[in-house]
Design a protein around this ligand. Structure first.
Ligand code: MLT
Length: 284
């Protein structure tokens, strides 16, 4: 029998995954995938507005939040496999995937792998490119810096890049919330995920295959995955809409939830009504 509520647990791929499950069981499913190094609570503001009309799942990616890290190295394909096993366990054949940043990398890799299981996509503050050599180097330096100076310094440095300038005076509570998520992530998960992010494959060359409704959102002041990255994806994905979120940096859903949710509900209204189908060009 289906369980509903927050902080539920299921075992997949030999690990306990923590998730929230709300809304009517027979409604179209929406799955939220958080960025690095956050957790499912980063989507609370979005779960709240969709849960009357959709079955809404938010989960902690392996090692993050309350999900176990499991054994072995992390890589994006492993996160994608966890996502599909979780959908199997929840009896969800198809879902709208909503991913922010790393969550977007997971969502893009998921649709490339099994397009028939994705009804629509929300890509927020993310990109389709792989890391450059310089980007990979920076991630390795971040690992070394965390080892030397600790997670608090990492959290402070991250915060500087995550938020829009005005948020530093106007969004104190939200900044604390994000800092808490970072501080609550284990060093091992930080290291393993940084390596997974550095090793991720590009998905840009597959964007033309995406044949479902896609909403791309980006914070106007996103310094990590800027507007140009969003525009690039928008140009390549045929049925995509691009929306820029004002007064927001990289965590647009937290910094400006009103604008973000306005665009999200408009999009989900369309998805809910039309229940578009995807062409299954590569269902392996
Ligand atoms: C994230 O928010 O998930 C990260 O900024 C992604 C990245 O560093 O590439």
């Amino acid at each position: 029998m289906r369980k509903t509520g927050n902080n539920l647990s299921m075992t997949i791929n030999n690990l306990a995954v923590s998730y929230n499950d709300h809304g009517p069981e027979d409604a179209p499913a929406v799955i939220f995938i958080h960025g690095f190094p956050f957790n499912k609570s980063s989507w609370d503001r979005q779960v709240e507005i969709l849960k009357d009309d959709f079955r809404v799942i938010a989960y902690d990616v392996r090692g993050h939040g309350n999900s176990d890290p499991g054994i072995g190295e992390f890589f994006i394909e492993l996160f994608v496999n966890d996502l599909f096993r979780m959908m199997d366990k929840l009896n969800i054949e198809r879902a709208t995937l909503c991913g922010l940043s790393m969550g977007g990398y997971i969502a893009l890799s998921a649709i490339v792998k099994h397009p028939q299981r994705v009804e629509a996509l929300l890509l927020s503050d993310t990109q389709c490119t792989a890391d450059t050599a310089e980007g990979k180097e920076k991630r390795m330096m971040t690992i070394e810096n965390i080892k030397k100076t600790g997670v608090e310094n990492f959290a402070d440095a991250s915060i500087k890049n995550l938020f829009a300038s005005a948020s530093f005076s106007e969004k104190i509570k939200e900044i604390d919330e994000v800092r808490e998520m970072i501080l609550n992530t284990s060093k091992q998960t930080l290291f393993s995920t940084l390596v997974a992010l550095a090793d991720r494959k590009e998905t840009c060359s597959r964007l033309h295959e995406i044949n479902c409704p896609v909403l791309i959102m980006v914070g106007k002041e996103d310094k990590i995955t800027p507007l140009a990255a969003a525009k690039f994806m928008h140009e390549k994905i045929q049925d995509s809409t691009l929306r820029m979120i004002a007064h927001a940096g990289h965590v647009a859903n937290i910094e400006n939830p009103d604008s973000f949710n306005y665009q999200l509900t408009k999009f989900m209204d369309l998805v809910g009504k039309k229940r578009f189908c995807l062409s299954d060009t590569d269902g392996n």
